[in-house]
Design a protein around this ligand. Structure first.
Ligand code: DP6
Length: 289
């Protein structure tokens, strides 16, 4: 009834930004990511029949937001797998939490793995990815090595919404540099931001339409190992997602002045002949491909 698991972060090259079902955490469209070495979460889980509620620590301290999300996930696990106990969860990130570096992706991927081990479930990869998705949509992709594609699925129960491998880690000579522009916690969670965009942004439907076009182009670019095309599509896709955010009412603006400065530097690098492209998640950090 106890286990420790480690999972890496990932960065989306074609972003997930919108849900078709909030309760089951089902994405409205697919997404493509690359799993990152060096940024990871280590989670220890112990089910305990003496506990009356789940106890959660993040980097050694209590964190209210993380506790709520982990408890919701463990409640789902108890109902799905008929478990009577609450759990101690200790989770450590090797990178800043909550600032757009995908800590919920590595976090819920590690927690899903720890649940699988602790309960001896031995779930097949697709079911494990779907389980992680219940914690966080992007977590479904962190269980895949290399390049992952998330399938939005069509089933109402969401069991066909999971990630599979699109290409091996060495398919492209790609490195990712994360430029940290602030370590302050972000202003709005991804879940809230997506829902707000769905309800208020006149660009949201266009964004979902663009994802279908970019998924197709990105699959082709990765299969051809065309780094230039991968970078260009990824940067354009991220800008389209942020355009959706900026068009919401009130706008969702994760960028700060440092974010724009990094974008300028990367544009200059490119002009001077260096292959470099930017992508930005629901936060102010810039990841340079
Ligand atoms: C902008 O996976 O954090 O990073 O499913 O609500 O937990 P929830 O959202 P989350 O959203 C990630 C959004 C993104 C893009 C991406 O990683 O695809």
């Amino acid at each position: 009834m106890h286990a420790t698991a480690i999972a890496p972060a990932n960065i989306a090259l074609v972003k997930y930004w919108g849900k078709r079902d909030r309760a089951l955490n089902l994405p409205a469209a697919g997404s493509i990511s690359v799993t990152l070495g060096g940024l990871e979460t280590r989670t220890s889980l112990r089910f305990d029949d003496d506990l009356e509620e789940d106890r959660v620590t993040l980097n050694g301290a209590m964190d209210a937001g993380t506790t709520v999300r982990v408890r919701r996930f463990l409640q789902f696990v108890r109902e799905r797998f008929d478990v009577a106990f609450h759990a101690h969860v200790e989770t450590e990130n090797s990178f800043p939490t909550g600032a757009g570096l995908a800590s919920s992706a590595s976090g819920f991927a590690a927690l899903a793995l720890a649940v699988d081990k602790a309960l001896g479930l031995d779930l097949p990869p697709a079911a494990l990815s779907a389980l992680a998705r219940h914690g966080s949509g992007s977590a479904a992709r962190s269980l895949v090595d290399g390049f992952a594609e998330m399938h939005p699925g069509t089933r109402e129960d969401g069991e066909d919404a999971y990630a599979t491998q699109l290409a091996a880690p060495d398919a492209l000579p790609l490195s990712v540099v994360a430029a940290i522009t602030t370590t302050a916690p972000k202003t709005m969670s991804s879940s809230e931001g997506m829902e707000h965009c769905r309800k208020t942004s006149p660009y949201h439907a266009a964004w979902i339409g663009q994802v279908a076009i970019d998924l197709e182009a990105m699959r082709t670019a990765i299969a051809a190992a065309d780094l230039g095309a991968v970078g260009e599509i990824a940067e354009h896709n991220a800008m389209c997602m942020h355009a959706d955010m900026l068009a919401a009412r009130p706008p969702v603006r994760y960028w700060n002045a440092g974010t724009v400065t990094v974008l300028d530097h990367v544009a200059e690098l490119r002009t001077s002949g260096t292959d470099a492209w930017c992508t930005i998640d629901a936060g102010p950090q810039v990841k340079v491909l």
